[in-house]
Design a protein around this ligand. Structure first.
Ligand SMILES: [Zn+2]
Length: 154
């Protein structure tokens, strides 16, 4: 079952390339049912976050009308990058299974492994400048959230 689903993710990825997308495919599966599929649409949709896994997660959430994918498995043609792993964590997905890995992706020019390494480096060494500036107003959203009786915890 798992191998068949992985093959399907790989098939999606191959089709994606044939149709102008990136070489990645993913499925969200629960209790043997495919809730949604996704392919990499970064260049097609001008969306740097449109990774196959993120696309599949978005569609699965829409399909079941929930922002939680508890009990679901994310099946990926390739090892998810940190963005997609984080998306899976936020979505409360139970399991992630992948076929190719970050080294296979790096050999094809997709250097996810560099991103993984970056997160273990001190931020001062990053090319991307990330810094905090407190203005005294920054706690406002959290106060508003705490005081909102209609908030939906996630
Ligand atoms: Zn990704």
């Amino acid at each position: 079952m798992e191998a068949k689903l992985l093959d399907e993710a790989v098939r999606l990825a191959i089709d994606s390339v044939k149709h102008g997308g990136g070489p990645f495919g993913a499925l969200v599966v629960r209790d043997g049912e495919v809730l949604a599929t996704g392919t990499n649409e970064v260049t097609k949709s001008l969306d740097p976050t449109a990774h196959a896994e993120v696309v599949a997660i978005r569609r699965a959430c829409q399909a079941i009308g929930d922002f939680r994918l508890t009990g679901c498995t994310l099946i990926c043609s390739c090892e998810p990058c940190p963005l997609c792993l984080s998306a899976a964590l936020w979505a409360r997905i139970d399991r992630v299974v992948y076929a190719a890995d970050r080294h296979d992706a790096a050999a094809a020019g997709f250097d996810d492994s560099a991103l993984y390494e970056l997160f273990s480096q001190p931020r001062e060494e990053w090319k991307l400048s990330v810094r905090q500036v407190r203005t005294g107003f920054e706690a406002g959203p959290f106060v508003e959230w705490e005081n909102n009786p209609d908030k939906v915890d996630y």
